[in-house]
Ligand binder design. Structure first.
Ligand SMILES: [Zn+2]
Length: 260
């Protein structure tokens, strides 16, 4: 079973490689379904097949809960009868993004609770991405547990259903993060290309990113778990670059403030 990580879906320009157009997503899903891939939510996949590798099942996950997911991805997935898992942040509900690098002043809004409700009504799984997109692996144990626990409780209260899954912000998790996730009641957790050794595998599931430069054939390969080593290598390189851009964003105001 492959777990794929997506972010933006919209026809307008979003700088970066994390955006698919609705047309691209439509071509990707068409090709995958033609190849025999079936899509389930993350919790649904663990309920029905456990952690089996290979096979034709795949999970689509959307990180960061961008509003474009409800506006543009939902209708495309509904065309094909496909559901997904979206990871949202209660502190960013309906607000503009602040942690990503806003190239050329672009402003990107997150899902509000009404939109999250529409995704839930369409059969999507709603998961947590923490409260405020902090790197949980760098937080002290209390702050880490608060991010995991409070975000879960706030989302559950809003959607009126249990939250079983978490995507660790920046795809980062330490052993302590995984232990905290287990303690506060998550049943599954996803990272990006990074993996930790040892147990907790169900709370440390690796994903493959889907990018604007992918072709339908590449998307199908990712869904079927083919060329995993190669795609994980590419993913790792992209993770390192993305960590770098966020670091630049955090450092630039500091450098300006200090007049360096
Ligand atoms: Zn994120």
């Amino acid at each position: 079973m492959a777990i794929l990580a997506l972010h933006h879906v919209c026809p307008g320009m979003i700088w970066g490689i994390n955006r698919l157009t609705p047309g691209q997503l439509r071509r990707f899903l068409h090709a995958a379904l033609e190849a025999g891939v079936s899509f389930v939510t993350l919790s649904g996949s663990l309920r029905s097949s456990g952690l089996q590798t290979g096979g034709t099942r795949a999970v689509l996950t959307f990180d960061d809960g961008y509003a474009s997911v409800e506006r543009w991805a939902l209708p495309v997935l509904q065309e094909f009868g496909v559901v997904a898992t979206v990871f949202v942040l209660p502190f960013y509900s309906g607000a503009f993004n602040t942690w990503d690098v806003n190239w050329f002043g672009q402003r990107v809004r997150h899902l509000d609770w009404r939109q999250i409700g529409r995704l839930q009504d369409a059969g999507w799984e709603i998961g947590s991405h923490g409260l405020s997109h902090r790197d949980l692996s760098l937080l002290d144990p209390t702050a880490c547990e608060t991010e995991l626990s409070l975000s879960r409780r706030l989302i559950q209260r809003r959607i009126g259903a249990p939250v079983h899954s978490v995507a660790y912000p920046f795809g980062n998790a330490s052993v302590e993060t995984l232990e905290a996730a287990e303690r506060v009641g998550y049943r599954s957790g996803v990272v990006l290309s990074r993996t930790l050794g040892g147990g907790h595998s169900v709370l440390n599931l690796t994903r493959i990113g889907v990018y604007g430069f992918d072709t339908p054939a590449v998307f199908v390969q990712k869904c079927l778990g083919k060329n995993r080593v190669f795609y994980h290598f590419i993913q790792r390189c992209i993770d390192i670059c993305s960590d770098g851009t966020v670091l630049v964003k955090q450092r630039v105001p500091e450098i300006r403030r200090k007049g360096l």
